[in-house]
Design a protein around this ligand. Structure first.
Ligand code: GH3
Ligand code: MG
Ligand code: MG
Ligand code: MG
Length: 323
């Protein structure tokens, strides 16, 4: 007896409430026989937007740029050009997920078999029946939209799992899973790695004096300023409530010290707008900074050293960088 997905506790993916008709797709038709493509295009134009390209090389370019829902490719083109196009479309990142409907003369059935191996999704033999063409096209477009929707959902779930919702920075989980990798890479390549822990000074009193919403505004604006002062390869995360970690690959203590100092000044130097800009608050931060000291050093030790430096920064009067 077959085990169904429901029995093993998997939820059926949610589908949009309105059934997709499969109409209104964007289609690229690649066919060089004028009498053929004119007839096909006229039929399809009743339900879809259709572009025709007789040249397969041009077609690949259009397919990669054009955001199509479906490619219809004639395999009757000279020199196996139709097959080559299908295979190229399958290997290009931008066209990999676009379904392909092949059309071919019955005497080209070997090409059709090759096409199906390459990843053609469906096919029609000439002479093409208009009703069947429309039905198969609708099915492919419906499937395309549905898999796009699933892919977006997966992408969103991944993003949500690694992002801090309030600030949009990475969350602690993501940082912890990547810090070890970054440290390992630094060790292998013999490059420095800097790490700093940043903590907002007297944040509790911001909440107490201006309210929790104002505290949230400060955290969001803080994240904006952090993003402005780091590079693309740096990793910034919200480590706890009002505590942040920045990891900077290929950065030594001297350079990291300058980055930290610039960041400290960018916070202290410009008051934070809260309550929709009706109020401005002075904010300062303390930063504990360190670097990977020897190859293969445990990241927990690096974090602990940064935390000790942060503690000193707090103890020495806050609004400062200590390394
Ligand atoms: P210090 O200078 O020693 O760091 O003092 P502090 O007040 O910043 O430190 P403390 O750790 O005592 O307070 C942190 C506060 O941050 C306590 C907590 O209520 C608040 N907090 C944590 N997460 C959030 C949040 O998401 N939003 C807001 N508004 N406050 C938060
Ligand atoms: Mg504290
Ligand atoms: Mg604090
Ligand atoms: Mg704190």
């Amino acid at each position: 007896r077959a085990i169904t997905s429901l029995e093993i506790g998997m939820q059926a993916p949610e589908r949009s409430a309105v059934a997709d008709t499969g109409k209104g797709g964007r289609i690229l038709l690649v066919d060089d026989r004028q009498s053929s493509y004119e007839r096909l295009a006229t039929t399809l134009a009743a339900e879809h937007t259709i572009d025709v390209e007789p040249n397969p090389t041009e077609a690949l370019f259009h397919a990669a740029e054009g955001n199509y829902d479906l490619l219809i490719v004639s395999l009757d083109l000279n020199n196996f050009d139709g097959l080559r196009l299908c295979s190229q479309a399958r290997s290009l990142e931008r066209t990999r997920h676009v379904p392909i409907l092949a059309i071919a003369d019955p005497e080209n059935s070997t090409r059709l078999l090759r096409g199906l191996e390459i990843g053609v999704n469906d096919y029609l033999l000439r002479p093409i029946d208009k009703t069947e063409l429309l039905a198969r096209v609708r099915t492919q477009i419906r499937r395309r939209r549905y898999t796009d929707h699933l892919r977006d959902n997966v992408q969103n779930s991944i993003e949500m799992a690694i992002t801090d919702a309030l600030t949009g920075l990475h969350n602690r989980r993501y940082m912890e899973s990547h810090l070890a990798t970054l440290a390992e890479q630094a060790s292998i390549r013999g490059k420095p790695l800097a790490l700093m822990i940043l903590d907002i000074d007297y944040f509790k009193s911001i909440n107490d004096n201006y309210g929790h919403d104002a505290g949230d505004d400060v955290l969001r604006e803080f994240a904006v300023r952090v993003r402005k002062s780091i590079r693309g390869i740096d990793l910034a995360c919200r480590y706890g409530g009002e505590e942040f970690v920045i990891v900077m690959p290929e950065t030594d203590l001297h350079v990291a010290g300058m980055v930290a100092e610039r960041l400290r000044r960018s916070i202290a130097g410009e008051p934070f707008a809260v309550h929709k800009g009706t109020k401005r608050i002075e904010v300062t931060i303390s930063i504990g900074l360190t670097t990977l000291e020897q190859k293969g050093e445990a990241v927990a030790d690096v974090l602990k050293r940064a935390d000790t430096a942060l503690y000193r920064a707090k103890h020495d009067g806050r609004n400062r960088v200590v390394s």
